[in-house]
Design a protein around this ligand. Sequence first.
Ligand code: GDP
Ligand code: MG
Length: 296
Amino acid sequence: DGGRKMARDEEKRYGSEDWEDVPPAQEPRLGLILAGKTGAGKSATGNSILAHRRFPSRLASTPVTRTCAQGSRRWAGWRVEVTDTPDLFSAGGRGADPDCTERGRCYLLSAPGPHALLLVTQLGRFTAQDEQALRGVRELFGADVLARTIVDLEGTSLDDYIRYTDNRALRALVAQCGGRVCALNNRAADAQREAQVELLLAQVERLAREHGGAPFTNAVYGLAEALRHTPPDHRLRQVAQRLAAAGGSGRGRGRRWLEVAGRRWRRALLLLGGALLLGLLLWRLRPQPLQEVSPD
Ligand SMILES: Nc1nc2c(ncn2[C@@H]2O[C@H](COP(=O)(O)OP(=O)(O)O)[C@@H](O)[C@H]2O)c(=O)[nH]1
Ligand SMILES: [Mg+2]
């Protein structure tokens, strides 16, 4: 089938020799999380970045990535750590992870935090699901993560994007991510693909430097770090519990409820004000009763 053919093609492309992941070493770490809707090409992008077939990737109606995974490589004096994610960012994906175990695993694998998050999209196939994926990213990591997000317009060129002026939803999404875009074509020839990966990693490096080399962090990464020396299953349980208590995000269900409640109140007040104004107007314009002439 097509999927298997694609897998074989990829194998040919990257070579099927065993590949040792880079051992944790002296090099400073450069962390990258792959996010996006299912089928966007996260795993294929991860393989391009690592330059070997680390993550299973193929065309399939059911997601082939079921659990978070990580691969690493050396690049320009860094140890680049790439975390691939399954469907964590759609409503369906979150529903399939009610106790937040998979989301907890994503946190633990990418701890102490990513230097950048890559939102994988496809220019020609940009849909509401991509926007939903960005909302899912914000819910899982908090809105501050947008300052670390790069939108990958996969399979296209940046020139295409710049000329592609009619997709307002995509432009709005890119604007939310500070205008950071890259273009990776996982099907390009080796040399071209490597050049694109080079550009992307340079962008990640720049983002890291802009933040003084520190990775993105939040309360949940803080908890993961605080529990670093506890047994892995305990650590995962604690982090998953924290995520579940926060409504699946580092942001807190309470605050989200307040925001929603705030919006509802504003709307109710506006409606009430409008109704009062209308009432006043109608009252002023009411037909005057005829002067009654008293028979006196
Ligand atoms: N045309 C094109 N197709 C791609 C590209 N990257 C991935 N794909 C295809 O998109 C499909 C889904 O890829 P996959 O990596 O499994 O997506 P994931 O679910 O986000 O991990 C596969 O059939 C890939 O061959 C690309 O750069 N260009
Ligand atoms: Mg995948």
